[in-house]
Design a protein around this ligand. Structure first.
Ligand code: DX5
Length: 218
């Protein structure tokens, strides 16, 4: 089942709780929170305080996308803040297997994210441990960027790797997802489509935006 996952990065932070509830009533099945530390990516956004605030605003599952160095130092913090899924970047986890174990030990689901230039084969020895792989379809750091089409073959390859191993891991994509790109990522094998600026676009309600993207994706 293909699902649109609103990212609050492009939400109106002067009314964040309302924007989160808009996503819930608009049909979202989960929310993504983009955590950035200004080291791993050239932007600083939000941390556990915002996860706690969003946790108080919705019953939906929350994904904490940790675009930070040393994520292993913050797993417990984000789990306690209310994240249901914790996503770390392969590029900053030399001991990725241990970090995956650390997330699973909190009882949360675990995802690993790959930047556009990071090959999917790097995950072959931990795929069976993952609830999700997040394929970045932009270079992480900002919302509203253009989709990178060269990432499509990575989605196809990952879906093949999962099928070969008979694994039911989700494939999530993030960055530049709009009505123009949704169908191509689903065709390639993605089932979770993170969308920030195309959901919180101020031109229509969040519900209308989610429904428009859902139609484009199916
Ligand atoms: C990394 C962030 C963004 C965000 C979605 O830059 O992870 O990709 O979630 O941004 P949009 O949907 O506006 O490209």
């Amino acid at each position: 089942m293909v699902e649109i996952v609103p990212s609050i990065l492009s939400a109106d932070f002067t009314r964040l709780g309302e924007q989160v509830r808009d996503a819930e009533t608009g049909g979202a099945g989960r929310i993504q929170i983009d955590v950035m530390d200004g080291h791993f990516v050239p932007n600083i956004t939000m941390g556990p305080l915002v996860v706690e605030a969003v946790r108080r605003s919705t019953r939906l599952p929350l994904e904490a996308h940790l675009m930070i160095t040393n994520p292993q130092e913050y797993i417990q913090t984000f789990a306690q803040a209310g994240a249901d899924v914790i996503i770390v970047h392969q590029e900053v986890c030399p001991h990725l297997h241990r970090v995956i174990q650390q997330v699973k030990a909190t009882g949360r689901r675990v995802g690993v994210a790959l930047n556009p230039s990071t090959p999917v084969f790097l995950l072959k020895d931990v795929l069976s441990l993952l609830d999700m792989v997040l394929i970045m379809t932009v270079n992480p750091g900002f919302g509203g960027q253009d989709f990178i089409p060269e990432t499509l073959p990575k989605i196809v390859e990952l879906r093949r790797m999962l099928a070969e191993r008979n694994l039911s891991c989700d494939i999530e994509v993030d960055g530049g997802i709009s009505e123009k790109t949704a169908a191509s990522v689903v065709k390639a094998g993605a089932n979770l489509l993170v969308a920030g600026s195309s959901v919180y676009n101020q031109r229509e309600t969040v519900k209308q935006a989610i429904e428009r993207l859902q139609r484009a994706a199916t």
